[in-house]
Design a protein around this ligand. Sequence first.
Ligand code: TRP
Ligand code: SF4
Length: 438
Amino acid sequence: MKIDPWGSSTYQDYARLRDEFGIEEFSDDLWKDLPNPHKLLRRGVVFGHRGFQTIKKYITEKKPWAILTGLMPSGKMHLGHKMVIDQVIYYQSVGADINIAVADIESFATRNYNLKETMEYALNEYIPSYIALGLKPEKCRIYFQSKNQDVKDLAYILGKKINWSQMQATYGFNASCNMAHVFSPLVQTGDILHVQLEKYGGNRPTLVPVGVDQDPHIRLSRDIAQAHRLYNVIETKDKKIGVFIKVDEDVSKLLDNAEKTLKTLKFNKLKRITDYKAIYIEDANKDDIQIIDETLAKTETGFGGYGFFQPSATFHRFITGLTGDKMSSSKPESAIFLTDSTEEARKKIINSKTGGAVTLAEQKKFGGKPDECVVYELFLYHLIENDQDLQEIYESCKNGEKMCGQCKKYAADLMGKLLKDIQEKRKTAADKIKQYLE
Ligand code: TRP
Ligand code: SF4
């Protein structure tokens, strides 16, 4: 099985996918203690993660960390796209530095858009909606891949540690792929890692909230981040904590630096073995690894390294299209666009595929299936804030009290209100954009 970021597959069995790719479960303990956890986190829509523990720790300890997200400027923005930005807005409210990449290079390389068209999609379609949804533009960075030299430089330079067979194995590229497409995952790695350059805030945890189709890019950027570290801090087979130098240049300087750094962290029982390029820390244990690693990472730029923290990621389920398959811009009846009129949205909802029974009598008797219903998904992902209200809909559907006709009307009413609100706010958002673009 392969995850193809540019493919059209839908995923049914998220738990299996998660386990197969070594994604960790997004368990309750990860969000329970966050301030006002977002509904997508609370309700299992975000179902997996890599390295979110670090993000949780930094939120709790109020230490600086970053969000990096990318938008693909092609087609119109629909409810599926809204999910990412809803999370970003939440993380902005709990103190993250927000960075948004307009993926114009990727859009150019993998779809048939030129850079001018992608610019127009970004400026007229996506960014005004982001602001309308609540993103505070004065407290975030929005940039175009094609205009950011640091991102492009990193993409090129970091590519040195990845070879063609790794790219083929990860993405299934073949001989007829154009090179701009082949290169675009490295540009995305450039997006994800450049926020840790000095100029953009320095080495710190970075969270990339994505749909699970993006996991290959996440793995690539985590591997590349790790491959560029100068130090490796691990527990050895005989349960000792060791700092190892991964490069062959400046070994003694790096060992000196590690010794000094460890002493400032109050580790004093150090055993340096220059031949192994190692320092063993006899008064440290496993729980100290993270702080040692992070502190050393921050010194690496002084030795020509990057000191990248491995980027973290969360993975969310895709919203089902109203037709029952994928929600896609290329199939307008499957998607509700943020610029749809109230009436257009109502029509799509009324015609949608529910989890209702074939006849009213049967539904009264056996109940509906909210777990297989796209209308229920609209409530869950977008329309109902209060968990108890949602629970009530769930139960009254299951026990046959609620009928689909009335339920769809309610969803259409709420959706109409939401869209009106967004569209109202979009009008003033458009003026704000230019002044905040990088
Ligand atoms: N590849 C992403 C998509 O298809 C867009 C993207 C570009 C992105 N750079 C990113 C997403 C960095 C997350 C992080 O939608
Ligand atoms: Fe879906 Fe509502 Fe029908 Fe239940 S009653 S199946 S939630 S539309």
